[in-house]
Design a protein around this ligand. Structure first.
Ligand SMILES: [Zn+2]
Length: 227
């Protein structure tokens, strides 16, 4: 439970940063929230190129395209709030170089290299989920179980995604044994924004306004981590 004073401070900081993210009063944010200054966020749009990830069950959309769209929205919010952002992938292309055998590992190693060279304060990897059970939907965040800071960040982001859930269902952040979560000592999360195997989530994730609210939820969760 937060003390009243701390919760007020967090609320003020979040409102100021959110205002800045919306492109209003950025100067105010710079004056009152120095904690964002200079902080480096790596945003990783999962998959790309010949690795499309999963596909929308009805739309057929590639996961890699949705990932990049949300990653770019997220980038805009962090930049407007005074953070420095490094994108692992800026286009629809993958990071593997040639399409020859072993491309997936080359792609992952390139992401690791970008993360290491950035010396980030936070790593957010954006993905979309898939489940044989078509009823599964909503956001799911993963963290490295050996990282306390990763767990904290994951819980902050998960809480915001839970608040966004159309069906009101809440889920907990989960431990995940993923390569990308082990590329940095800094808090790292994989954010599965929704299930492309669920027709409703598939439809929502193809909608720009919904992607905007997902990006905003992830951004807000990240801000709460820093508060
Ligand atoms: Zn994925």
């Amino acid at each position: 439970m937060l003390t009243l004073k701390k919760s007020v401070l967090i609320t003020v900081a979040v409102i100021v940063l959110i205002t800045a993210a919306l492109g209003v009063g950025a100067g105010v944010a710079a004056a009152y929230v120095p904690s964002s200054n200079g902080k480096i966020i790596v945003i990783d749009a999962g998959h790309g190129g010949i690795d499309a990830g999963v596909y929308g069950v009805e739309s057929g959309v590639k996961e890699s395209e949705i990932n990049l769209a949300i990653a770019k929205l997220l980038q805009g919010k962090f930049v407007n709030a005074g953070f420095r952002v490094v994108m692992t992938r800026k286009t629809q292309a993958g990071l593997y170089g040639t399409k020859s055998k072993g491309f997936k590992m080359r792609d992952m190693k390139k992401r690791r290299q970008i993360i290491e060279e950035s010396n980030p304060d936070m790593v957010i990897s954006v993905h979309q989920n898939y489940c044989p059970l078509p009823s599964r939907r909503g956001g799911q965040v993963f963290y490295n179980p050996e990282s306390e800071s990763g767990k904290k960040l994951a819980e902050c982001v998960q809480a915001e995604l839970n608040a966004l859930a159309c069906d009101g269902k809440k889920t907990s952040a989960l431990k995940g044994d993923y390569y990308l979560l082990k590329c940095s000592e800094s808090p790292s999360v994989i954010v599965e924004c929704g299930f492309l195997s669920n027709p409703d989530d598939d439809k929502l994730l193809n909608d720009g306004a919904y992607r905007e609210s997902v990006a905003y939820a992830v951004f807000k969760g990240a801000l709460f981590y820093f508060c």
